[in-house]
Design a protein around this ligand. Sequence first.
Ligand SMILES: [Zn+2]
Length: 52
Amino acid sequence: MTPVTTFFQNLEAKCCTQCGNAMTEQAESYLNECIPCQEKQFSEYLAYAKKR
Ligand SMILES: [Zn+2]
């Protein structure tokens, strides 16, 4: 069995699918985009929703 700590150390640094920045915070481990890109997308969505 691989110790859990070794398992996580061997994981590749995840990169944002939008800007390519490495995402190192654990809170973002389940996301594909970094916080700034998420906020940008959200603001774009709001702008799009307002136009309708
Ligand atoms: Zn990003």
